[in-house]
Structures are given as structure tokens and as C-alpha cells.
Design a protein around this ligand. Sequence first.
Ligand SMILES: [Ca+2]
Ligand SMILES: [Ca+2]
Length: 236
Amino acid sequence: MKVFKFRTPPTFYLLTFFAIFSMSGCEIEEEKPADPCEGVSCQTGYVCYNGSCVYNSSSQLLDPCADVVCLNGGNCVNGVCDCPPGYDGDDCSNKLTPSKVSIERITITRFPAKRSNGSDWDNTSTGLPDLWMVIGRDGLTGYVHRQPESSAISNASPSSTHVYTPTSPIVLSNFTINHTITLYDYDGDPASNAPDLMGDADFVPFMLSRLGFPVLLNVDNGGNVAFQVRFAYEFD
Ligand SMILES: [Ca+2]
Ligand SMILES: [Ca+2]
């Protein structure tokens, strides 16, 4: 005897499913995929894309200074280096020659206590000298600056430093040429009393090869006298 099995057709199940589903009032909610960038943080200039950090070229527009390096104390402003006085160029690496260099002050840091023969500089009770300076320049007849005789530093002790501040800064017209400061013991009107020479020291006020623009320059050739010169620089 043949046994017949009753087979439920697949369409029955399908119809049943939809019938139950529509009766229950349920809706199939489409499942959202997890955000692959959730919890991913990228360094500046990169954004998360599909879970990976990728370079974002538009970030340069957001920070135009991101890849700009400014030297010598320059600051990047809107992608361009704003250079301090004395420097220019895209990255402020180009050192300029000043339009004006002047001496604001000279400090006498060393001078001999006595003459080379051991005697005092002056025939006074202290015997101490009266410091007086003249600034000359190579190739120049005369002088660049002559300290006013009234401002000679009287009875100067060699154990102290002494300062000469001119009434107005000494503007140097050829500041890349060798200059000389000569120090004397002032003994009255030089026309009738020759000052006693104490010594001198050379310096070049401005050199492109010198680092930066030093405000204070030690002028010391290792001789009898030494100075510290205070400069001011101007740029057009
Ligand atoms: Ca003297
Ligand atoms: Ca004197």
C-alpha cells in the first residue's frame, strides 16, 4: 500500500507568515550598521573614513599655518610669516642690514690702575685718572665721536665700571667698518695738556655674519682697556 504524505506547499508558510505579521501590526525595522568611526580619533589634519584615519586636505584650509615654519622669532599669520625687525623672506631666515646703527652707551669695563711705569695717572691726592674717550674709524681722518670734555669721568676707580651715556645716540654712518675706542686720562684742555693715553680697542659695529643684533657688544681685544657698547638698530 502506498502511503501518501501530505506536503505543505511552501507558499502556505509564506502566506501564513504575512498573515500573522500583518495581524500583529509589526513593522520590520531596518537595522542600522554600526558606525565604524565611532570611538576613532584622528590626529590633526586627518579625518575618520570607514573606520580609518585618512588625510584631509581641507584641514590645511582650516589651519593655513599647519605646515609653515617661521625662523628667528617670526610668527605665522594666515599662512604667512610675520618676521621681526631685521629679518625677511618666506621663513624669516634672511638677515637684513640695518638702515641705522647707533651707540647708546659705552661702559668702560677695564682700564689700567697706573701708567706702564707704575706711577699714578694724575698728581692728585687720589692719583686716579679722569676717563675720556674718542671713537675713530678706519679710513677716517678725525673722529666719529669725541666725548664732551665736561663729561669726562673724574677720579675713576679701576675696581669699578664706569658708564658714558651721550646726550643723544651716536649715529654711525659706516657701521660695517672697523671702529676704535681710545681711552685717555683727561688732564684739562687737550690743546695745552695732552691727555694721557690709556689704551684702545677695536670693533665692527655691525656684521651680517654675527649672530642676530646684539644690543650689548663686548669690545675686548685683550689689551689694557675693554668696553661694553650698547647699540640700537633701525630698519627701513
Ligand atoms: Ca694725567
Ligand atoms: Ca687726569
